[in-house]
Ligand binder design. Structure first.
Ligand code: ATP
Ligand code: MG
Length: 267
């Protein structure tokens, strides 16, 4: 179940044909919402154990088109988890200082430390998405990045970090509706950006960039999942399932108590 949307290495797929409607996979919304709520409790318990154990790390990357639901996913999935154990980082247009370094410099600094769950809202993948689509650097610079990213993620993996990457896949029509909603509802106006409309006109170029990103960088050690994200309840449920099944494999344990504490009474 948790592998339904996984992109396996060398698999043959067309991003434009990957599903955006999750309800085809799991039609029962009520059931999904109930399972999601239970999943949150399980996630909170896993996080406590991961933190107490203090050895392993989990990195969760989110990429999507604008209005794809990165913010909402992070809010929904991680509410209920101790904020001390989860660090969310959003990667925006790089600063002058960041641009003066290699593209992974700002990313590596934010990789989770032992016992932590790190969440990336956008990531190093912007450097082969927005940067590629809008010709911010020439192809001779962005093309080698796929391999550089694979090596970076291998390093993270080999040093105790599990890496999960989610592409929240919405349809172009769904994006239109969400943009319109941001225009129509005063409380959502702040989320609307004219620049997002400009990026929308490059939809097909973005899809090609997502296609190659997943072809080149969905590895055994750092898989991509293309999550149908038109229905938020399905998106949340599917992502929760992948995270939980990964944590089950990681199987973090509370450390044994110090020496022999049996019989100690606190005066
Ligand atoms: P979001 O749109 O993710 O909800 P936001 O609206 O709060 O976030 P924005 O101000 O839109 O934040 O900042 C994100 C912008 O930064 C995006 O347009 C993204 O493509 C851009 N960005 C991120 N990383 C890079 C990069 N390495 N190079 C160029 N642009 C980047
Ligand atoms: Mg934005």
């Amino acid at each position: 179940m948790s592998d339904t949307h996984r992109i396996f290495p060398q698999s043959d797929f067309q991003v434009q044909e990957l599903p955006t409607d999750g309800k085809l996979f799991f039609p029962d919304r009520k059931q999904a919402e109930m399972e999601f709520k239970n999943g949150r409790k399980e996630l909170a318990e896993f996080q406590r154990r991961l933190y107490a154990e203090g050895k392993q790390k989990l990195l969760i990357v989110f990429q999507a088109m604008d209005a794809g639901g990165k913010d909402g996913t992070i809010r929904k999935v991680f509410s209920g988890v101790n904020p001390q154990g989860v660090v969310v980082n959003s990667f925006k247009v790089p600063s002058k200082e960041e641009l003066a370094h290699d593209f992974l410099w700002r990313i590596h600094k934010k990789a989770p430390s032992k016992g932590m769950i790190g969440v990336f809202n956008r990531s190093h993948y912007e450097d082969v998405l927005v940067v590629r689509v809008h010709d911010i650097v020439p192809e001779s610079v962005w093309r080698p990045r796929y391999e550089q990213i694979n090596q970076f993620e291998k390093l993270l993996h080999d040093t105790g970090t599990r890496v999960l990457k989610f592409f929240l896949h919405i349809s172009k029509d769904e994006q239109k509706e969400r943009f319109q909603d941001r225009l129509d509802v005063p409380e959502k106006n702040w989320k609307f950006s004219v620049d997002d409309l400009r990026k929308r006109t490059y939809w097909d170029d973005y899809m090609s960039a997502y296609q190659e990103m997943m072809e080149q960088c969905s590895t055994e050690y750092a898989p991509w999942y293309a999550i149908p994200a038109n229905q938020k309840w399905y998106r949340n449920w599917a992502i929760m399932n992948v995270i939980l099944s990964t944590l089950r494999e990681m199987d973090p344990q509370y450390p044994p108590p110090e020496d022999d504490i049996e019989g100690i009474v606190v005066e």
